[in-house]
Design a binder for this molecule. Structure first.
Ligand SMILES: Nc1ncnc2c1ncn2[C@@H]1O[C@H](COP(=O)(O)OP(=O)(O)O)[C@@H](O)[C@H]1O
Ligand SMILES: [Mg+2]
Length: 221
């Protein structure tokens, strides 16, 4: 699996160097491939005390210079994001999230209030932190419900710090496109979010969010 440390090219020298750098960050082993994207690959790993981690590795052919900014945004987004253990130019060492895609959980739970509210609350968590995820309108692989029931949002590659993000808006549009979702009720939710989107006062935004959660048809059944 250490082959993937220098993906898509390979040289023993590169793998050795990256393993050494990982060791300096406390990672003693890399195992299964968890995912492969344009800029990075994600591997399962282990720290010296045995705890499992996910290691995001900058691809050798990536157009991006390093993973530092993504790593900082991932830190800022915690606990909606996985917990970050260390950042370097080539690696993000973070909590290994074990769970199922939220879309799958929502469908199997019949889009129940508790689950929709939890997903939207995660979006609200990012909004509060000023982190605009920017890949949530296609959230299939990014929104995960962990074994413990917490909603985790992965991958801050395209994320940015902005003044009034509306991650919730993106999540609602995404939810409305899922098979089995109540499109009409979610449309109504989007309308309610219009004020939320415009308001710059953070307390008022919090109030509006609570009203939306409590008052919307889609969330009150
Ligand atoms: N912290 C994590 N814990 C568990 N799996 C993860 C974690 N981070 C990423 N993954 C897995 O790896 C895949 C790719 O990660 P992602 O950050 O989306 O990479 P990329 O930006 O290269 O697409 C994800 O879809 C997910 O399945
Ligand atoms: Mg990505």
């Amino acid at each position: 699996m250490s082959y993937y440390l220098c993906y898509p090219s390979y040289s023993e020298e590169c793998v050795r160097r990256r393993l050494e750098r990982l060791r300096a960050l406390g990672v003693v082993e890399v195992a299964n491939l968890l995912g492969k994207g344009h800029a990075a690959v994600v591997l399962e790993g282990r720290l010296s005390d045995g705890s499992p981690v996910a290691v995001k590795v900058l691809r050798a052919d990536s157009k991006r210079e390093d993973l530092i900014y993504e790593c900082r945004l991932t830190e800022l987004a915690y606990p909606i994001s996985p917990k970050v253990y260390s950042c370097s130019e080539e690696f993000i060492v973070m909590e290994l999230v074990k769970g199922r895609p939220a879309a799958e959980v929502l469908a199997s739970e019949g889009f129940r209030y508790a689950y929709i509210a939890k997903v939207l609350a995660a979006g609200r968590g990012l909004d509060i932190r000023g982190v605009d995820h920017r890949e949530l309108s296609r959230a299939h692989k990014h929104v995960v419900i962990s074994g413990g029931g917490a909603v985790k949002i992965l991958d801050y590659e395209s994320a940015a710090l902005v003044e009034r993000p509306c991650n919730i808006c993106r999540l609602v549009s995404w939810l409305a496109r899922l098979r089995g979702a109540d499109v009409e009720a979610l449309g109504e939710l989007l309308a309610l979010l219009r004020d939320y989107k415009k308001t710059s006062d953070e307390d008022r935004r919090g109030e509006l969010f609570r009203e939306i959660l409590g008052g919307s048809k889609v969330l009150s059944v």
